[in-house]
Write a protein that binds this ligand. Structure first.
Ligand code: NAD
Length: 482
């Protein structure tokens, strides 16, 4: 049977790449070809931008209420097809179907539903300077926004961009990751079925340096919202600087989980298990550096390592599976190279670092057991650089100042998790962390109104709730003397 072909979605129609070329997309669990993707390039991006430009005036002129109704309809249609979206995401990315349903597709529905509501309730500020001077802010959509997303939470992150952008009256050209485009293709069908006007959302598939780069450099795309690696983010800043594009960059992380000896150890271990290995550790917010107060180290390791060994790695279609394969052969090799370096540096591998034993069906897949390493110096590449896989390091600390030094001693500043029963200590540590999100006695709790983004090399700008509405609109301050 030949692999299904995934064509671009331009002007409401599925069209192949202008070049006629296709890219192979593999199922990470088996290594088999899953689909062929249209290989987008400059001419495809140009055609998508032209369609988005043509659709913009009528879409921007629609009332927020009309746009809101369409977003709600999109949410309802995706919710009704939750299982088929989750299965497609699992085959494409490797994550368990159960997780895709519970986390990814649920959040996609929330993204559309949330911004359907938010756009109806957004209020612009006004200030009265004195008795005769009034300032108020007017907002209008930018035009065509370029939305570029990664492979780890494919439709979750793409819809977190599409929903606010179109709710505000923009039209968009999306470039999903070349590794995970299947759910974007399903979304295209839903958008047509919901009655979204042709050209409001366009999707071009393909490689970053080809389709992605063409979108970033296109002169008629004033806004780029990008989620992906820090090196790509830096490149996008440089490539778009000449045109002064408005950028939102959500980049990599190397997030610390800090456990004090007064924490609720059972809860801390249960959550640290998820923050280390959920989605194969392929979440930008995963806590990949675990810092444990010295006096807690032995008790923590005993419980944590025993639980890690019990995690079920295997068939993503099985309801009880916790972890599937990594996204690609190249990514598996990259993650393995970090483990090899940790071994060379004298790190202790408590569990993992090998390929899990699976049936022959999965022999060609990109598998790695969850891996726990300790005994590395803070300068180790495994502690300083984002691994983005099921690998965590564990280190000890003596006091608050020491652990803050370690936690802040990397170039990233995305998130952190702090475990203690002492509220004063929790607040002191939170205020000392250079991280954009700090969870206390929790992890990955998300309220879509909260500003989300990174500090330092983890990104530029904030999205979420009104922050997204502000990002996807241009503000004019009008000052009236009367
Ligand atoms: P990546 O940077 O390799 O690719 C991301 C997207 O950018 C893909 O669609 C890719 O095709 C495109 N791209 C690549 N080169 C490009 C170029 N020159 N011009 C324009 N587009 C280009 O990242 P990835 O490997 O897909 O994703 C993993 C990274 O994403 C990790 O670093 C992770 O931490 C980060 N991430 C961050 C967040 C966050 O919210 N901060 C969320 C998820 C993932």
């Amino acid at each position: 049977m030949s692999a299904p072909r995934v064509s671009h979605f331009i002007g409401g129609r599925k069209v192949p790449a202008a070049s006629g070329e296709w890219l192979e997309n593999r199922n990470p669990a088996t290594g088999q070809i899953l689909s062929l993707l249209a290989r987008g390039a400059k001419s495809d991006i140009h055609s998508a931008v032209e369609n988005a430009k043509a659709a913009f005036p009528a879409w921007a002129a629609r009332s927020p209420e009309e746009r809101s109704k369409l977003l709600s309809k999109i949410a309802d249609l995706i919710e009704a097809r939750e299982l088929s979206f989750a299965e497609a995401e699992s085959r494409d990315q490797g994550k368990p179907v159960a997780l895709a349903r519970r986390m990814d597709i649920r959040r996609v529905v929330q993204n559309f539903r949330f911004f359907a509501g938010a756009i109806l309730h957004h209020e612009n500020e006004s200030t009265q300077t004195d008795q005769h001077t009034l300032n108020f802010v007017m907002r209008r959509p930018h035009g065509v926004c370029g939305l570029i997303s990664p492979w780890n939470l494919p439709l979750y992150l793409l819809s977190w961009k599409i929903a606010p952008a179109i709710a505000c009256g923009n039209t968009v050209v999306c470039k999903p990751s070349e590794f995970t485009s299947m759910t974007a293709d399903l979304l295209a069908d839903v958008l047509n079925e919901a009655g979204l006007p042709a050209g409001v959302v366009n999707i071009v598939y393909g490689l970053g340096p080809e389709a992605g780069e063409a979108l970033v450099r296109h002169p008629d795309v004033p806004v780029i919202s990008f989620t992906g690696g820090t090196a790509t983010g830096r490149h996008i800043i440089e490539a778009s600087a000449e045109q002064f594009k408005k950028l939102s960059l959500e980049l990599g992380g190397k997030n610390p989980n800090i456990l004090f000896n007064d924490c609720d150890l059972d809860k801390a271990v249960a959550t640290t298990l998820r923050s280390s290995f959920l989605n194969q550790g392929e979440i930008c917010l995963c806590g990949s550096r675990i810092y444990v107060e010295e006096s807690l180290f032995e008790r923590f390791m005993e419980k944590f390592v025993a639980e890690v060994k019990r995690l079920k790695v295997g068939d993503p279609a099985d309801e009880g599976t916790f972890m599937g394969p990594l996204v690609s052969q190249a990514h598996l090799e990259k993650v393995n190279s970090f483990i090899a370096q940790a071994r060379a540096e004298g790190g202790k591998i408590w569990t993992g670092g090998d390929t899990p034993a699976l049936t022959s069906e999965f022999a060609g897949g990109y598998w790695l057991s969850p891996t726990v390493i300790s005994g590395l110096p803070e300068s180790s590449r495994c502690i300083q650089e984002e691994i983005f896989g099921p690998v965590v390091t564990v280190s000890t600390f003596k006091n608050v100042d020491e652990v803050l030094g370690y936690a802040n001693g990397v170039k990233y500043g995305l998130s952190a998790s702090v475990w203690t029963q002492d509220v004063t200590k929790a607040l002191r540590v939170s205020s000392g962390l250079h991280a954009a999100t700090v969870w206390v006695n929790s992890w990955l709790e998300r309220d879509l109104r909260v500003p989300f983004g990174g500090q330092k090399a983890s990104g530029l700008g904030r999205e979420g709730g009104r922050h997204s509405i502000e990002f996807y609109t241009e503000a004019t301050n009008v000052c009236v003397r009367y």
